[in-house]
Design a protein around this ligand. Structure first.
Ligand SMILES: [Cu+2]
Length: 159
């Protein structure tokens, strides 16, 4: 799965903070994860603002950080090598995190991921993901695709 961040979008005078270019929508499931899977999420901040990116349900470990100039990814510093539920995304930075989704599964009630700056999440810088039993995955995906869900593997942008 890819999660990312985009440059801030300007709509008139208002700067919106979004993920994948869309606002949080209670009617949209942005991602679906199979319970028991280990996933690497690639989170890119294309903005000039720092965003603390928070994921519900799981704890993750930071794999590496990559600067926007395309320089090589570097491992996290000593203080970032423990279990995390939030990772700071510096401007123009990409961070990869790894997590195992092995807790509660439900086909209807999603978890959230969002920027932890209150003003940003209020603007819609938040998304929803379901964790489902593997046996339910195909059915859930086909149901959700009938609505306006962002396709899996889309490059999720936080801006
Ligand atoms: Cu933010």
């Amino acid at each position: 799965m890819f999660v990312g961040t985009d440059g801030s979008k300007f709509y008139g005078e208002k700067m919106l903070h979004l993920i994948n270019g869309v606002k949080m929508d209670m009617a949209v499931i942005n991602e679906v994860v199979k319970k028991g899977d280990t996933e690497i999420w690639r989170i890119t901040n294309g903005a000039h603002t720092t965003h603390p990116f928070h994921i519900h349900d799981i704890q993750f470990q930071i794999l590496d950080r990559e600067q926007g100039d395309g320089s090589d990814a570097t491992p996290p510093s000593e203080n970032e090598r423990g279990w995390k539920d939030t990772v700071l995304l510096l401007p123009e930075e990409t961070v990869r995190v790894i997590a195992k989704f092995d807790h509660y599964a439900d086909t209807q009630y999603p978890y959230m991921y969002h920027c932890h700056i209150l003003e940003h999440e209020d603007e819609g810088m938040m998304g929803q993901f379901l964790v489902v039993e593997p046996k339910d995955y195909d059915r859930v995906i086909s149901n959700i695709d009938n609505h306006k869900r962002i396709p899996l593997q889309s490059f999720c942008k936080v801006s």
